[in-house]
Design a protein around this ligand. Sequence first.
Ligand code: FE
Ligand code: FE
Length: 165
Amino acid sequence: MKFQTLQDLFVDTLKDLYNAEQQIELALPKMEQVAHHPELKQGFHQHLEQTHQQVNRLDQIFKDLNMKPQGKTCKGMQGIISEGEEVVNAKGDPDVLDAGLIESAQKVEHYEISGYGTARTFASRLGYTNAARLLQQTLDEEKQTDEKLTALAERGINTQAKASK
Ligand code: FE
Ligand code: FE
């Protein structure tokens, strides 16, 4: 691996995000399936549809760069998702499990927010206006998703979860 230019770094970040989104496409249906609270379930469903669009945007960016869309194993996302799977596979109180799912989902969103923010800034800096716009669009969706999760947690799910025995 050699990073001589910002362009090299930009492409590497895109590959990381591409693979991260693919991992998320596989993880979200499981989270949707085990979520108890209907709004949380629906939120995961909605974000899965957004995620497909986000992959399409990355496809478009690679195309504009005359590159084949390509991922590179995102180890960060692997770690976050495997921690999330512990909650997905856990037994326990439904409200507590939902609070755990929200925690995992927010960790995913925060990773994406930092990745897309960086990629967007690289794209602007490199003069890829269209890529910067597409990355900003995804960044906005990830931020909205994060805020919705916070609202769900604060509005009900966490308060319904038993604090202690
Ligand atoms: Fe995403
Ligand atoms: Fe996301």
